[in-house]
Design a protein around this ligand. Structure first.
Ligand code: ADE
Length: 407
C-alpha cells in the first residue's frame, strides 16, 4: 500500500500553491469582543495593520517570483522536513540533487526508519554536517513508534523530534500545515532586521527575542488573510526574499516588494544591518592522506563514533603539526612504515566551519599481499566493495581522482 506521505508527494507538476484545486482547511477566525481601544490597543492594531499590508505585499511578490523548487510542489510534511534539514547550512543548488535522490530512494518516513545507517550516510555523502542525517533516522524511528508513522502536526511534538529546533519546527508547521508559526533563519533575520531597523546582534537574546516577536506578528497577520495557504506562503516568501532580493551584499532594493516600508532603507543603513558579531578568524589546517594500493585493493578505514564525520570512510590520514613534519614522517606516524616512494596524487582544498583545510593525497603502490601489517585497523577493499560506502567529502574526491585513467 502506498503511504499517505507518498500519496501527497506530487512530482513533475506545478507547485501546489499554483494549483487552484489545492486548498488548506480554513482556519478558525478568532472572535474578538469589542472593548473600546486603549492607547496600547491602538498601537498594537496599527502594528497589525502594518503587518497585514506587509503580508499582502510579500504574498503577491512570492506568487509572481518564487523559484519552482521541487519541495514546493508538495505539502508532504515528510518531504518538507527533509528539505529543511538539508537546507540547514547548505545552499539550494547543492541540495536539489540530494533531495531528489533521497525522495526517490526513501519515499516515506517508514523507508527512512528501515534504512541502514550506511545507506542513509551514502545518500548524504558530500552534504556535510552528518549529525543531520543521524537525527533524521532517529526522528523517523520515533515517528514510527510514537506517532504511528505520520508526521506530527502539533508544534511541540514537532519541536521534540531530534534535529528539529525552533526554526525548523516553525518552517514545517507553517509550510506543510499552514499554521501561523514564525520562521527565523539567517535569511529571514536579514530581512526583518532591515525591514524593522533592528539594532544589536540578532543572535543575542534581546534582538533575537524582538525578531521572533516581529516574525510572529507577520505570521498572525497571514492567518487573517482569507486566501488558502497564506501562512505557508508567508514563511516561504520571507525565506525567498532573503535569498533573492534582500541579500547580504548589494541587495536589490529597487525591486523589493516592501522597500517603501523598510526602515533600514529609509535610514540609509541597509548594508549596516544585521549587526553581526565578528566571526572567529579562519584557521589553516594541513592534512596528508595515503592511498595504499595492492593488487587492485585500497586500504580504507571508518571514522569512529563521536568524531567529526563519524561513521564515514576515509583513507588513512593525519594532520600535519604547524611548521613541521613532511609526508614521509607522517607516513611513518600513521602507517607504521616509511614507504620507499610517495607519489603525489592530488591536493584537495575545502572549508568547514572556520577551518580552511588542505589535504594532500599520496599514492603508495604496495607489493606483496594486501594482508601485510600496517599500524592501522582498516580494510582492503576493491572498487566494487568501496562503491556503497559513504566517504567523507575530501576522500570522495580522492576516489574520483583515482578513477581517472592517469591514476
Ligand atoms: N532555505 C530554508 N528553507 C528553504 C525553503 N523552503 N526554500 C528555499 N530555501 C530555503
Amino acid at each position: 500500500m502506498v503511504s499517505p506521505d507518498r500519496q501527497e508527494l506530487v512530482r513533475n507538476s506545478r507547485p501546489k500553491w499554483h494549483d487552484p484545486n489545492h486548498t488548506f482547511a480554513p482556519r478558525p477566525r478568532p472572535s474578538h469582543p469589542d472593548p473600546r481601544p486603549s492607547t496600547l490597543d491602538t498601537q498594537v492594531s496599527t502594528r497589525a495593520i502594518d503587518d497585514s499590508h506587509l503580508v499582502r505585499r510579500l504574498l503577491g511578490w512570492f506568487a509572481r517570483n518564487a523559484r519552482d523548487l521541487p519541495w514546493r510542489r508538495t505539502r508532504s510534511a515528510y518531504a518538507i522536513w527533509v528539505s529543511e534539514i538539508m537546507l540547514q547550512q547548505t545552499q539550494v543548488k547543492t541540495v536539489l540533487p540530494y533531495w531528489e535522490r533521497w525522495m526517490q530512494a526513501l519515499p516515506d518516513i517508514g523507508a527512512v526508519a528501515r534504512a541502514s545507517p550506511q545507506a542513509l550516510h551514502k545518500l548524504w555523502e558530500g552534504l556535510g554536517y552528518y549529525t543531520r542525517v543521524r537525527n533524521l533516522r532517529k526522528a523517523a524511528r520515533l515517528i514510527q513508534e510514537k506517532h504511528g508513522g505520520r508526521f506530527p502536526e502539533d508544534f511541540d511534538r514537532v519541536l521534540a523530534l531530534p534535529g528539529i529546533g525552533r526554526y525548523t519546527a516553525g518552517a514545517i508547521c507553517s509550510i506543510a500545515f499552514n499554521q501561523p508559526r514564525p520562521v527565523l533563519d539567517g535569511n529571514v533575520i536579514r530581512v526583518l532586521t532591515r525591514l524593522f531597523g533592528i539594532d544589536g546582534d540578532p543572535r543575542k537574546r534581546a534582538a533575537n527575542a524582538r525578531l521572533w516577536q516581529l516574525a510572529q506578528g507577520l505570521a498572525d497577520a497571514a492567518s487573517r488573510v482569507t486566501s488558502s495557504g497564506a501562512c505557508s506562503q508567508l514563511s516561504q516568501s520571507l525565506i525567498e526574499l532573503g535569498a533573492l532580493i534582500c541579500t547580504p551584499r548589494q541587495p536589490r532594493c529597487g525591486v523589493c516588494p516592501v522597500a517603501n516600508r523598510c526602515v533600514a532603507r529609509r535610514q540609509g543603513r541597509v548594508e549596516e544591518l544585521p549587526q553581526k558579531a565578528r566571526r572567529a578568524p579562519t584557521t589553516a589546517r594541513r592534512f596528508v592522506a595515503f592511498v595504499i594500493r595492492k593488487r587492485g585493493r585500497l586500504l580504507v578505514r571508518q571514522r569512529p563514533p563521536g568524531e567529526v564525520n563519524a561513521h564515514l570512510w576515509e583513507f588513512p590520514n593525519i594532520e600535519l603539526a604547524p611548521g613541521i613534519a613532511g609526508p614521509q614522517r607522517a607516513a611513518r606516524d600513521v602507517l607504521g612504515i616509511e614507504p620507499a616512494r610517495l607519489e603525489p596524487l592530488c591536493t584537495i582544498r575545502h572549508s568547514i566551519t572556520r577551518y580552511r583545510i588542505t589535504l594532500r593525497a599520496f599514492l603508495i603502490e604496495g607489493r606483496g599481499s594486501p594482508g601485510c601489517p600496517v599500524a592501522i585497523r582498516g580494510r582492503w577493499l576493491n572498487h566494487r566493495q568501496l562503491a556503497p560506502l559513504p566517504f567523507a567529502g575530501a576522500h570522495k574526491k580522492i576516489l574520483h581522482e583515482l578513477a581517472k585513467p592517469s591514476a
